[in-house]
Write a protein that binds this ligand. Structure first.
Ligand code: C2O
Ligand code: CU
Length: 644
């Protein structure tokens, strides 16, 4: 059973448990007949069984990861057990007697006991689904106080106590509840933001570096006269009304076209890109997704630069060090900007060139209601000679995972996220599931028939390679399973965990009610907090971080780390056995636990966020911060910087 299913079952058991205690309380309060007393006894039984089920399921969840069960084991279960014990001790015997027809009126203790169990169950559900992981001491204290107060209130009501006592208990409970909510509001809105203020994890508290070593992100830039042949580009961002191949027209934001022009450079080039903003009122930047460049050119508004306003420009510079497939996109109001079309592809060719004779780039992107594969929302046909070697660079620039399907040939996956794979074997029939923001390069030899490339995003946008007129179009296998890159290619006996300081860090992803800029909503959280209040992951150059990412929610989170590739160690406790997998974006599906290794070798303040950019807007965004690095830029402010 998957962890997600276990989480759902455990929650279900908690809901059934709480529901049955509520039912038992109502029946007990209504001076039961024989029949309803029997029913109440049965509900007590259900409550107890549900409690046992929760205990068992929590035990299994612990074996998957502590973060799935922490608040259950330390809080919800003991509280539910206590409530159930009170209910059974005070209520079971009188209920059994009533069920046998002894018509004594039930004492107030009976419904009070049942209510105590119901309240315990409900607050346990609140701990799971509202507070989440980690359950903090203040939150636990508030919930416990509420449990005691509301149980006392129930007792007073059932015993028909005086109005004043009841009113006092109601007021006191409300006060505690409001204090809890107010405290949450303060933590979710209080300055300073974690992006510009360092946060020291207690686990890696070390003597601070001398402040003389402090460096600003603005100093972490490539000098304009760095060595290397210069590859210069100009990109102008502006609003545009586009007519797509299908005839559909879309109001887009574009770097001249959608996608923006493909930038092709060669390893070792000094790339200079000047960004101009024609008329994007919200501002624009360029982030080089997947390029591990110096921090000052990373293009994040409010962290590494100010948003470029209409009429302004900014020059990005970096030396193209690692060959591969990348993309670029705005990182100012990025969710809106990328969806509207501010993206393009970047290819770094190795100095020695690539082996393939045909080299095509295929980003899949949803623009308005249409899906583009490359430049077109229609089918496109390209003539390729049989026997020629072909490389296809598949990119997912959408918000959700996309599956590419290749029909008509077997192929090898030669690179993932711009890092070559070791000893890739031929794949005959498999879907390539690419996380939002991710890239896969595949290679094959052109057969003398046709090759068809489709995605699950659209039935109309496709690419057909044909070796000649009349070559039959191959059939896509819609049932082909996903290729699992964790077990693809050959393991080269990688040095697993290097020597030197090892920092353990855990990111628990969830969806919880929080205050986003002061407004209550269902947010996307990391360790229970939302951007910009998620404590940064603080490192020092030379550190190695073993990062565990746990998804407690019901949605996939493609986690993207700027400025670094991480080495995948395991997923759900199963070690990666294929080619060493170095990714900048990895899909953490519901219930999954990923363990990755990050070498802190690129000083800066780096964003670390979900690349379903709508989730980033709603909180799932944080910083990886090197000690001693500062930023003069701010969120909001006169430039209205909004990296999300
Ligand atoms: Cu491609 Cu911060 O993102
Ligand atoms: Cu997400």
């Amino acid at each position: 059973m998957t962890s997600s299913q276990l989480l759902a079952l455990e929650l279900g058991a908690a809901v059934v448990g709480a529901g049955s205690w509520v039912g038992a309380a109502v029946l007990a309060a209504l001076a039961p007949s024989r029949r309803s007393a029997r029913f109440a006894v049965a509900l007590v039984g259900v409550g107890v069984v549900a409690l046992l089920a929760q205990a068992g399921l929590s035990g299994v969840l612990v074996s998957r990861h502590w973060a799935f069960a922490q608040e259950r084991l330390l809080f919800a279960l003991p509280l539910a057990a206590l409530g159930a014990a009170i209910a059974v001790i005070f209520g079971l015997r009188p209920l059994l007697a009533a069920a046998r027809g002894w018509p004594d009126r039930l004492s107030a203790a009976v419904p009070t006991g049942m209510t105590a169990a119901a309240i315990a169950g409900i607050l346990g559900i609140v701990a799971r689904s509202v507070i989440g992981y980690p359950l903090t001491l203040p939150a636990a204290a508030v919930l416990l106080a509420l449990a005691v107060l509301t149980t006392a209130l129930a007792a007073a009501l059932f015993a028909r106590r005086g109005r004043r006592q009841i009113a006092g208990l109601v007021a006191f409970s409300a006060l505690v509840a409001c204090t809890g909510v107010g405290y949450a509001w303060l933590t979710d809105t209080a300055d300073p933001s974690s992006l510009t203020t360092p946060h020291q994890h207690p686990s890696n508290a070390r003597p601070a570096l001398a402040s003389a070593d402090a460096v600003s992100v603005e100093e972490l830039r490539t000098p304009p006269d760095a060595d290397g042949p210069v590859a210069s580009f100009d990109l102008t961002a502006g609003t545009e009304r586009l007519t797509l191949a299908s005839g559909a027209s879309v109001d887009a934001w574009a770097f001249g076209s959608v996608p923006g022009p493909e930038l092709r450079v060669t390893e070792g080039d000094l790339v200079k890109v000047t960004l101009h903003n024609a008329d994007i009122a919200e501002g624009v930047t360029i982030h080089w997704h997947g390029v591990d460049l110096p921090n000052g050119d990373d293009g994040v508004a409010g962290v590494t630069q100010n948003a470029v306003r209409p009429g302004d420009s900014f020059q990005y510079r970096f030396v193209a060090e690692d060959p591969g497939t990348y993309w670029y996109h705005t990182h100012q109001h990025s969710a809106e900007g990328v969806k509207r079309g501010l993206y393009g592809t970047l290819v770094v060719l190795p100095k020695s060139g690539i082996a393939e004779q045909v080299d095509l780039t295929l980003p899949v992107h949803t623009l308005g209601r249409r899906v583009l594969l490359g430049e077109t929302d229609e089918g496109r046909t390209v003539r390729v000679e049989a026997g020629q070697s072909v490389r296809l660079r598949l990119l997912n620039t959408d918000q959700v995972p996309r599956r590419f399907r290749i029909a008509g040939t077997d192929f090898r996956v030669v690179a993932a996220d711009a890092r070559d794979l070791t000893a890739p074997t031929p794949v005959e029939s498999a879907a390539l599931r690419i996380p939002a923001g991710g890239r896969l390069d595949i290679a094959f030899t052109m057969p003398d028939t046709g090759v068809l490339v489709t995605t699950d995003a659209s039935s109309s946008a496709s690419l057909t390679l044909t070796a000649g007129e009349g070559a039959a179009t191959p059939q896509v296998d819609p049932d082909a399973p996903d290729l699992d890159l964790l077990h693809y290619g050959r393991h080269a006996g990688t040095p697993a965990v290097p020597d030197g300081p090892l920092i353990e860090s855990t990111m628990v992803l969830d969806r919880l009610p929080r205050f986003l800029s002061g407004i209550p909503r269902e947010a996307y959280t990391v360790n229970g907090r939302v951007f910009p209040h998620i404590p940064s992951l603080d490192v020092r150059e030379g550190d190695t971080v073993r990062l565990t990412v746990v998804n407690r929610g019901w949605e996939t989170h493609p986690m993207h780390i700027h400025g670094h590739h991480v080495l995948v160690l395991s997923r759900n406790g199963v070690a990666a056995t294929g080619s060493p997998l170095r990714l900048d974006t990895f899909d953490v599906q519901p219930g999954e636990v990923w363990e990755v290794l990050l070498s802190a070798d690129n000083p800066g303040i780096w964003m670390d966020h979900c690349h379903n950019l709508d989730h980033a807007v709603e909180g799932m965004m944080m910083a990886l911060r090197y000690e001693g690095v500062t930023s003069p830029f701010e969120q909001g402010g006169p430039h209205d910087n909004h990296p999300e």
